[in-house]
Design a protein around this ligand. Structure first.
Ligand SMILES: Cc1cc2nc3c(=O)[nH]c(=O)nc-3n(C[C@H](O)[C@H](O)[C@H](O)COP(=O)(O)OP(=O)(O)OC[C@H]3O[C@@H](n4cnc5c(N)ncnc54)[C@H](O)[C@@H]3O)c2cc1C
Length: 530
């Protein structure tokens, strides 16, 4: 074991109260372990929730570097204990241990019932996952060049699912050993993906990786359900919780992962009930736990590619040759970021141009010159987050006054955290080498040095997959209610097909409204099925 060599400051380790320890003691098994014993290791498929009564445990990465230690009244585990993902770290006893081992399923049930315990455990698991995302060399290893579309899709998939990952781009790392790993492999065999524990996959789909990691349920070639929700952002998860809790056989699918755009937000300040704000990751984890508690089935990554309205059942076809026949469908596919209209953007995307600012990006950008582009609240949040992480941040936006598009509180935060704001600024060209940005040229001709760019330019609706199945407005958002000749506000031109959230024409693009519409749609689905 190499002591405390990780450069990462681990999140504070919470402890459990005496009464929580005694509850867990009743539900779990009392065990002991000697110094040096391994409780679980990288690549294991499963492990119990471990609560330390006495002694100490060190958490190590796959190379044996120590990340953190946990002592008496503390507990082990991170998000994979809930999702069932393959284990990313190794736990080794460093002082003789007395502990309680609680089976994963028992913990899940307890989290539904015990609010205070659920708060402590969920928050710690989320903070630990964020910490692990910053540890170099941990989790998935993706080997493939930036020029390979399949490689970039895999990197995007891992990032949006918040999986710890190391991406080795043979065109950029300059290490012959990395180049040798993928030498001679054609595009169909890229990327090479190494899973924790050593399994290697050549050219896998995100679905194959997801299932190899133990996440995501496998759907049958044809499924039949009462309610199919397409999209697992706030609207889809809202519908999942209400649909399943009110007795509908509910299946939610998402082409990427769980949480949607809301899941990428660093801090949602305007969501009712969270006066100090809540991160998108935490809101998503809580919503998923709640949906699963009510037996909603969540399946990712499954992308819908068409909708065929039918009499009695509508059929949604998915990638990977699967179809779902549903008595009612809720389209909650939200919207996707807009790209910058400049040449060679794709050469930089994923290396120095990003559409979300999470812990790995903040880590990458420390002390670097960063531009955040956009005038909305999402741009403001990202700028503050990156600046707090030590980046030198400039916010570029088109209008003359930022207050026209950004909430006042965020404009004040930008000032407080030293973010420079440039009004009336648009990017005309990018300059750099091998995907690493060096500078941008603004429309007025000025050249400004930036190493990273974060784009928050608004969004386009994810509706291409629908073809002519439902009517849409001129911008592609789905028409409902009077605009669609339907009786109620969330129904589309096809009876039994509803829509909620950002993808709906005229909706307010906010988390709370998306959740509210998802919940409301369930009421309408019930009425339709009756
Ligand atoms: C960085 C950022 C910060 C934000 N901060 C705030 C905030 O502070 N407060 C606030 O109120 N709002 C905020 N928003 C806006 C808020 O996140 C959105 O309004 C909200 O997420 C909309 O929810 P939704 O469920 O309608 O769609 P989305 O969240 O966009 O979810 C749609 C889901 O559908 C999936 N999907 C798309 N197409 C398909 C397909 N063909 N098949 C299967 N699945 C598909 C996508 O993968 C996605 O997961 C923020 C947005 C961003 C990007």
């Amino acid at each position: 074991m190499q002591q405390a060599s990780s450069p990462i400051e681990p999140p504070p380790s919470p402890t459990l109260s005496a009464s929580q320890l005694s509850t867990l003691g009743r539900l779990g098994e009392q065990r002991t372990a000697e110094t040096g014993e391994v409780l679980y290791r990288v690549g294991d498929r499963d492990y119990p929730f471990i609560v330390i009564v006495e002694g100490e445990v060190a958490i190590l990465d796959s190379a044996g570097n120590e990340i953190v230690r946990h002592g008496a009244s503390g507990f082990l585990g991170e998000l994979n204990l809930l999702s069932g993902q393959t284990v990313f770290v190794t736990a080794v006893v460093t002082e003789p241990l007395r502990y309680i081992a609680v089976p994963r399923e028992v913990l899940r049930t307890l989290l539904y019932e015990d609010g205070p315990l659920s708060d402590v455990v969920l928050s710690a698991f989320i903070a630990r996952r964020e910490g692990l995302q910053r540890v170099p060399g941990l989790g998935l290893e993706i080997v493939g060049p930036h020029s390979s579309k399949a490689t970039m899709r895999m990197v995007d998939f891992a990032r949006s699912n918040r999986l710890p990952l190391t991406w080795l781009d043979p065109e950029r790392v300059g290490d012959p050993a990395v180049a040798a790993l993928v030498e001679g492999l054609d595009e169909a065999k890229l990327p090479l993906v190494r899973l924790p524990g050593g399994i290697e996959l050549q050219g896998p789909s995100p679905g194959e990786v997801s299932r190899a990691l133990g996440i995501g349920r496998e759907l049958a070639p044809r499924e039949e359900v009462d309610l199919l929700v397409v999209g697992a952002g706030p609207a889809g998860l809202g519908a999942a919780v209400y649909g399943a809790s009110e007795g509908l056989d509910t299946l939610v699918i998402d082409g990427t992962g769980l949480g949607g755009q809301g899941g990428t937000s660093r801090r949602i300040e305007n969501y009712l009930g969270f006066p100090a704000g809540i991160s998108g990751t935490e809101l998503t984890s809580r919503a998923v736990t709640q949906a699963v508690k009510f037996d909603a089935r969540l399946a990712t990554p499954y992308r819908a590619i068409s909708l065929e309205p039918g009499d009695g059942r509508h059929v949604v076809r998915l990638e990977d040759d699967r179809e779902i026949a549903a008595r009612a469908v809720l389209i909650a596919t939200g919207a996707q970021y807009r790209r910058l209209p400049v040449d060679n953007l794709d050469q930089y995307e994923g290396i120095s141009v990003f559409y979300a600012a999470g812990p790995p990006e903040a880590q990458l950008c420390g002390a670097a010159r960063v531009a955040v582009v956009g005038g909305g609240n999402s741009a403001g949040q990202a700028a503050v987050w990156l600046s707090r992480g030590g980046a030198l941040v400039t916010l570029l936006h088109r209008r003359a006054d930022l207050r026209e598009t950004m909430s006042d509180y965020l404009v004040r935060e930008l000032d407080r955290y030293g973010v420079a704001v440039r009004d009336s600024s648009e990017i005309a060209a990018l300059h750099g080498t091998d995907g690493q940005l060096e500078a941008v040229t603004l429309k007025g001709g000025e050249r400004v040095r930036f190493s990273y760019l974060f784009l928050f330019l608004g969004a386009l609706p994810c509706t291409d997959w629908l073809g002519d199945a439902v009517e849409r407005d001129a911008d592609g958002f789905i028409l409902t209610g009077a605009g669609a000749g339907a009786d109620n506000l969330l129904e589309t031109t096809v009876p039994g097909v509803f829509t909620a959230g950002d993808v709906r024409s005229g909706s307010t693009k906010r988390c709370a409204t998306a959740v509210g519409e998802g919940a409301w749609a369930v009421q309408l689905v019930h009425a339709h099925l009756a």
